[in-house]
Design a protein around this ligand. Structure first.
Ligand SMILES: *Cc1c(COP(=O)(O)O)cnc(C)c1O
Length: 382
């Protein structure tokens, strides 16, 4: 067990990150990926959970390939895992960055003509061309070479061998909706394009893509969110273990009468209410969009709930930057004490439900957690 961030008695909330659950999730995804090899996507500080402990745990669980979004993330990961293969999704960032890729042995995912030319000119270290991955466009129109550009590249590179592609990849737009026709269409386009690069490994599936199985698996899968406990599929029960528990410390317990108001915007209370004032807010990634109404007669739609003493406790009124109010009336004041912690999400309050209540996805909750929680890493390679 090891901690980071502000000391527990000085922080408004705590995050418990279960590295054993993370390792179990990797092993499950690796099993579901067979015959492909499962890599791990650790961009954005491992989805907000902390790059170093996450990367070490995944390495110990057998993961050897990692994806980050940006070159500085690749550098940080290289310092943690000297032997890992590290791919950088967002491409090259010009010639100065190319030198860093070479020195840190980062594999750029080339996405554009300018990436191709830069790596051709600067991926060379005097001994041999540096490896690269090629991103092929199949429907996202976000990054990736068009089919036409891919064909030219395949032909030219067969002659010049200027580049050493080691992976061709594309990205699914609708994998979390298994029945969406886009999945099949992208898979077929990708199979056609990958055939232009024979003998080079291919990769298409993110977390949700792994559960599409079959042709979607290719040679390498690229799970992110499912490693961290997010549901890989919105329509089925979540097979992943919860990795993160986020809890907010109760700073005050108050009583207010029906008709009194709470928080910004003065939401009127629907009944005499016991309020637990918790010391986290939207600055801690508990989104303002998770705001509730004057529970139980909600003045606004939606609203998230926390979990406390065995039951769901709804958010009351607007979430503010540093504080969130919860309706604990049904528990009774004796059960609620300053210093107790309300679970914001975790084993009892699924992160995907909280995200849905805030009109967003688990990815955004995790990557918004911020630096104010006390963090406790348990199990694994903490
Ligand atoms: C972020 C990302 C992934 C991981 O996706 P999840 O849905 O989190 O599993 C995979 N591939 C690409 C290109 C990505 O940008």
């Amino acid at each position: 067990m090891s901690g980071s961030g502000p000391a527990p008695h000085l922080a408004g909330g705590r995050l418990t990150i279960d590295l054993d659950a993370l390792a179990d999730n990797y092993r499950l995804l690796a099993k579901r990926s067979v015959p492909a090899e499962a890599s791990a996507v650790v961009k954005a500080d491992a989805y907000g959970l902390g790059l170093a402990p996450v990367a070490r745990t995944l390495w110990a669980a057998g993961c050897r390939r990692f994806f980050v979004a940006l070159p500085h993330e690749g550098l940080a990961l290289r310092a943690v895992l000297p032997e890992a293969q590290i791919f950088v999704f967002n491409g090259l960032f010009g010639t100065e960055a190319a030198a860093v890729y070479r020195e840190a042995r980062l594999v750029p995912v080339l996405n554009s003509q300018s990436d191709l030319s830069t790596w051709e000119a600067h991926g060379w270290n005097g001994e041999g061309s540096r490896p690269c991955a090629i991103h092929l466009e199949t429907g996202m129109n976000r990054l990736g070479l068009t089919a036409e550009r891919a064909r030219t590249l395949a032909e030219e590179n067969t002659l010049t061998r200027a580049l050493t592609p080691i992976l061709v990849m594309s990205h699914l737009a609708c994998a979390d909706a298994p029945d969406h026709p886009m999945n099949r269409r992208q898979c077929e386009s990708f199979q056609v394009l990958r055939a232009l690069f024979p003998e080079i490994e291919s990769s298409l599936a993110n977390s949700a893509g792994i559960f599409l199985g079959g042709d979607f698996l290719c040679d390498v899968t690229r799970p992110g969110i499912a490693l961290y406990g997010g549901a890989p599929n919105g329509t089925k029960p979540n097979p992943m273990r919860q990795v993160v528990t986020a809890e907010a410390r109760i700073a005050q317990v108050r009583r207010a009468k029906a008709g009194e108001t709470v928080s910004y915007g003065a939401t009127p209370l629907a009944r005499d209410t016991i309020i637990a004032v918790a010391s986290t807010g939207y600055a801690d990634g508990y989104h303002r969009a998770a705001s509730g109404g004057g529970v139980p007669l909600r003045a606004v739609d939606g609203g998230a709930s926390g979990f406390f003493h065995g039951q769901a406790v709804p958010v009351l009124g607007r979430v503010t930057m540093d504080l969130t109010l919860f309706d604990v009336t049904d528990l009774g004041a004796d059960d609620v004490a300053v210093g107790d912690h309300i679970e914001l999400f975790g084993p009892n309050m699924p992160i995907d439900s909280v995200a849905a209540a805030a009109g967003t996805i688990a990815y955004e909750l995790l990557t918004s957690l911020g630096q104010r929680y006390h963090r406790e890493y348990v199990g694994g390679e903490a």
